[in-house]
Design a protein. Structure first.
Length: 750
């Protein structure tokens, strides 16, 4: 079945007019998705709703204990090969993915030069998602106790090298699979699964071409009929052959990303400017591509998915990769004005013009992108793991807060997290419940450090279990095709030795909540004697109830908090971060795998907060926790976040091993994107990077608009915000997450 984009009623359409109409269509799709399955505190993404006659909505409780709705394709049911009802192993996974591709609708919009989007996720049909034969129930208690997102069974979150696919095409990939199958005879199941994936892709792409051809025959508008015919020809070619032109390369990348999202939620194109540059240069030289056309094709590509992209940056030898295509991608997102996840690499040896243009667009469009990556810190930091600087430079921005070497590094970034506030809570309550303990800050720290050490050990055990069995559960077949080693060796990328590097990211979350709690107890209880340890515990367990409780809560809240500069809380944040870093980097997992530290909470500030009672920093039970390495909202006593304070504070807690601890800035400028404001924001970002910062996310939002949008989101359907590592429509977020964004900018809440 082909889903048509809709009628236009226009005879002559400029590229910009087409983009405006496509943007309006995306907004309608976003509204329908929220209506169908509810708010989503994640990337907007490029999926569109299934047609109603093919839609089935299922409900399930997710890992955070929240009831969520998912739209699935009515009538599609994977074939199980296990008594649990699940399907596991490369052959079963490949066969079921091909089945899904075979019935998944095609999508052609006459306005767009690019075909294909995804409507359902293959992972939504995985129940159970982990093979129960590989039991890890012995880890459950401590994983829950320490608030650990363990990563076992986690998918993607490493970066493929799409140059492999652009060079070979799907036909070349199929030939490669079959060639190495004859070399590695013991991996027959693995290659069978890979072949099913490629054959399914080829059929899905061909069907798009056939549908576009049929639509062209019925299209009355010559301009759109010609466009649909070009799509049909492109799809027919790309089903087997590699792309030849810039437009074909954009189309190949769109099909890749749509299918990658369907297969495992993967969401990165990587160094997009460099991937497209050869096609751009050849087409321009041949006189078959103008910049206006290139911008339009790129905008259609970006419309298809909010995939993660790096622009600029060094090659392995340190040469700047900025090219005209880098600026074309920025121009495309500037004209398109829909959610995107573009990062500009910033360094003293990199093109300052790209940095400036990125800041200009950030301030002018106020969409929360691009973001900015600090080249020096992420490059030099990664070498501290023992890797050569050439490989450190090759690591590119490919996710909310993370980097990876395309096709050569398996690292599970942004999957494993330790909730530092939860670790603090266990240490604090344990101390107060121990009849043999004398409560003190020194005793509390000793317990906190001990629990944090154990949390890291539990994470390490889980990493080894994942690496031992993931290839037997749900191998990364789709991304295996675009890595160096898996096909050649007959190994899934999750198996140690399949690619050059296996190093696993381990993030700490909720840093400020823990640091401010230490500081509040140290100042109000131990130094000033405003209350006893037992009185503090009683107030916290009672969630600061009553007038006396509120007075005590405000007293604990109104200490100099992390971010204020030179405070006790700043010292605690640095101590916690350095301790986490030491524990994560001090030894590999029992299986010998290197762990790499970072600080990041993703969008889990709300879900993490729900599971935690009141904390000594004056936070109420169930309220959101702090985000990653950033000070808590309202850290400067209810005023909007002071940028210069945050620049210094977040730089001071960087783990320093190549993974990021991103600075989240929410700015409310009083003027437009004039030269002075651009210079000021550039200077602010440079200051953070000069201090050792790694990544900067910036929202540029008007306070009153944001407050009005929270009161009635429907009045602001196109308002975009950078929630954390991703950007989204404000109206698509849950009420709690919207309020968190408001508090972060405006006042920090009470």
């Amino acid at each position: 079945m082909d889903i048509k984009g809709g009628e236009t009623g226009y005879e002559a359409l400029t590229y910009q007019r087409r983009l405006e109409m496509l943007r309006a269509r995306k907004l309608e799709h976003a509204k329908k998705k929220v209506k169908l399955t509810g708010p989503r505190d994640g990337d907007e993404q490029g999926n569109i709703p299934l047609p109603s006659e093919l839609t089935e909505v299922v409900e399930a409780v997710n890992g955070s204990g929240v009831l969520v709705k998912t739209a699935v394709l009515k009538g599609f049911k994977p074939v199980s090969n296990h008594p649990s009802g699940g399907f596991f192993g490369p052959r079963a996974v490949g066969e079921n993915f091909r089945r899904l591709l075979g019935v998944h609708p095609t999508y052609n919009d006459p306005l767009s030069s690019i075909a294909g989007v995804y409507m359902v996720s293959f992972t939504s049909y995985r129940d159970p998602s982990w093979n129960p034969d590989f039991d890890f129930s012995h880890l459950y208690r401590e994983q829950e106790m320490y608030g650990i997102d363990h990563g076992i069974g986690g998918l993607q979150h490493f970066c493929p090298d799409l140059k492999i696919g652009l060079d070979l095409g799907w036909g070349g990939l199929l030939e490669k699979v079959r060639r190495f199958r004859e070399v590695n005879l013991g991996a027959a199941e693995f290659y069978a699964g890979l072949e099913e994936v490629v054959l399914g892709m080829q059929d899905w792409i061909r069907r798009h071409g056939e549908a576009a051809r049929e639509m062209a025959e019925e299209e009355a508008t010559p301009q759109l009929r010609e466009n649909l015919s070009a799509i049909a020809e492109t799809c027919s070619h790309l089903a087997s052959e590699p792309p030849r032109t810039f437009r074909e390369a954009c189309q190949w990348l769109t099909f890749f990303q749509a299918a990658a999202k369907m297969y495992n939620g993967s969401g990165e194109w990587g160094q997009l400017d460099e991937l497209l540059r050869p096609f751009y240069e050849r087409d321009v030289e041949a006189g078959r591509l103008t910049d206006e056309e290139a911008v339009f094709h790129t905008a259609c590509l970006l419309l298809s998915e909010t995939a993660y992209i790096q622009l600029g940056g060094p090659d392995p030898q340190g040469r700047d990769l900025t090219s005209p295509v880098s600026f074309l991608v920025l121009e495309a997102v500037h004209r398109l004005k829909t959610p995107a996840n573009i990062g500009v690499r910033v360094g003293r040896s990199l093109d300052p013009g790209l940095f400036r243009r990125g800041v200009e667009i950030l301030l002018e469009d106020r969409m929360g992108f691009p973001k900015f990556i600090g080249d020096d810190a992420v490059t030099l930091g990664f070498t501290r793991n023992g890797y050569p600087v050439e490989d450190a430079r090759a690591r590119i921005y490919a996710g909310c807060h993370w980097l990876a070497i395309p096709g050569r590094e398996y690292n599970m970034m942004d999957l494993i997290k330790i909730d530092l506030a939860k670790v603090f809570d266990i240490a604090f309550r344990g101390m107060m419940a121990d009849p043999d303990a004398t409560p003190s800050i020194a005793e509390l720290w000793t317990r906190f450090e001990g629990h944090l050490r154990r949390a890291v050990e539990v994470v390490a055990e889980g990493i080894d279990l994942h690496l031992e069995h993931m290839h037997e559960v749900f191998p990364e077949l789709f991304l295996d095709l675009f890595c160096y080693g898996p096909l050649e060796k007959g190994m899934d990328v999750s198996q140690v030795g399949a690619v050059d590097y296996t190093d696993i990211g381990v993030d700490g979350a909720s840093l400020a909540t823990a640091a401010d709690s230490f500081a509040a107890l140290e100042q109000r209880v131990e130094a000033e004697g405003q209350m006893t340890w037992w009185e503090a515990m009683e107030l916290i367990e009672g969630d600061w109830a009553g007038l006396e409780g509120e007075r005590a809560r405000l007293m604990m809240r109104n200490i100099p908090r992390f971010g204020s500069g030179g405070s006790s809380a700043d010292g605690w944040a640095e101590r916690i971060s350095s301790t986490l870093t030491r524990l994560v980097t001090g030894a590999p997992t029992p299986g010998g795998i290197r762990m790499v530290p970072g600080l990041f909470s993703w969008a889990k500030v709300v879900t993490y907060g729900r599971r935690l009672g009141a904390t000594p920093d004056g936070r109420r039970a169930g309220a959101p926790l702090s985000h990653g390495p950033n000070p808590s909202p309202g850290f400067n006593r209810g005023k909007g976040g002071t940028p210069t304070q945050m620049v210094a504070a977040v730089a001071a807690v960087q783990p320093g091993y190549g993974n990021t601890a991103p600075l989240q800035l929410d700015l409310d400028p009083s003027t437009g994107a004039d030269g002075e404001l651009v210079d000021n924001v550039m200077a602010l970002i440079w200051s953070h990077f000069d201090l050792g910062g790694t990544l900067v996310n910036i929202n540029v939002l008007d306070r009153e608009t944001l407050i009005d949008a929270q009161r009635d989101p429907s009045r602001f359907p196109d308002l975009m915000v950078r929630v954390t590592g991703f950007s989204a429509y404000f109206a698509s977020l849950s009420e709690e997450m919207r309020q968190y964004v408001v508090d972060r900018l405006v006042e920090g809440g009470g």
